[in-house]
Ligand binder design. Sequence first.
Ligand SMILES: [Zn+2]
Length: 562
Amino acid sequence: MYTKKIQQDLKLIPLGGLGEVGRNMMLLEYGRAILIIDIGFRMPEEDMPGIDFIVPNISYLNGKQKNIVGIVFTHGHYDHIGAFPYLFKKIWTPGLEIFASPLTRGIILKRQEDFSGQPPLKITQVKDGSKVKLGPFQVEFFRQNHNIPDNLGLFIETPAGNIVHTSDFKFDPTPVNDLPTNFQKLEGFARRGVMLLMSDSTGAEEENHSLSEKTIEKNLEEIFQRAEGRIIAATFASLINRIQQIISLSEKYKRKVVVEGYSMKTNVEISKVLGYVKFKKGTIIKPREIDNYPDSRITVLCTGAQGEGSAVLMRITQKDHPYIRLKKGDSVILSSSVIPGNERTVQILKDDILRQGTKVFHYKMMDIHAGGHAQKEELKQMIKIIKPDFFIPIHGQYSMLAAHAEIAKEAGMPEKNVLIAENGQIIDLSSKKITVERTQVPSNYVMVDGLGIGDVGEVVLRDRQMLAKDGMFVIVVVVDKQTGKVKGSPDIISRGFVYLRESRGLLNETRKKVIEIVNKTAGSGGAVNWSYIKDEIRNKIGQFFFTKTHRRPMILPVVIEV
Ligand SMILES: [Zn+2]
């Protein structure tokens, strides 16, 4: 039990997930003790060429590793666990305690196998009703419906008051492989008194009630009833419920299932072992066996509903897959909502599929994907049940957080008790008020490119954007050391700027200008400042190109003294 006499504030520090979809990570700090909730990543934006993922900035934790009393994961979606392998080394200390439900744990451990040189990883399993004491925090886990099984909300007792963290959630009276929401439990939390509710905002801009997984299954079944050829169902590898529905329907309609895509196969494997995905022996077949069955007996379950370049559906559509080609009579199901920013890519993908005579079913036409997130009516209901003193909307773009704050006011919360917080803010909570400190902790994007974490910064990114936009232009000048004058004619290498063969005039003029610049600044002999000369070439040639072409290629001057 805690003693009330230590008058300390509870601090809440969101490092990601507020004002964005993805990269969820929240710190709770009391005294020195820090509890971490989720360590997720997000996908890059369209203007970030070459970036694989964006992870939270955890520099606030530098030197505080020993203060971390535990990490709890709410569920197995990558926007909640994805950044963990990239950041684990930086926060690990011997005895670090980590907690997750069986499925979440399975996904994290499996993924860890792809990362070498990691510290030993031990994750304690928790389930609905589990309680763990972590420093000044007592965390009680409770199940919440979502579109992945084994999703856990958190009831956290702290010396300053109790907190409810909803995780991602929806209220589902008829879920898949799961029990409906336990409203009595939520009411029980309210009776114990809740100082702060932090609730999922992803669906806050949607008016009504999220769809039950049962309704989605019905809509999917209509496609199965009507399809004559093969069904190719693309979804996220982490939408375990959708995977189960597609496999069950395939069994019902006597179709064999080919599972394609590394992450999809892995997740099916883990979920099968843990009992979250169930199917009969012989249902799943290998891709090369596909031709042993008539088209009407085949379902392909794969990744790539977002038009991801390397995913299976893209390879099938581009005729790049070793066993599967689209044909007339096939039905492609895109079962996932489009992540903001991916609309154009998905449109191109749909067009490419339709061109091959294949039908496309997308969630806009039918509700084959209900976001797994509570909408306005459910969010209001959650607030009314929990009756918190304070409310912070979490998980979502700023507009979603703002919509959720409105919902809280409609549910009767006084405006001063509702806080739209942002990443990097330090939020102080006492029983009387909620305030934001003036200083912030770093929470900017940390970008992952291949094996590099954080080494691609703003400068590299700006270079990539410039290269992507107007190309590059390399000028190689050979200069006589003795005289400081250019020898011969400068060499030019260019990519993505102009077609060299058709730009002789421009290139000749450029060469002339470069010779002029060098001879003028270095040609008088004596000590020469070469970096100044390079800057001159960059600036003057840059201006010249802009007046001639209205383009700004990246200019790389190379000076060789002989
Ligand atoms: Zn989720």
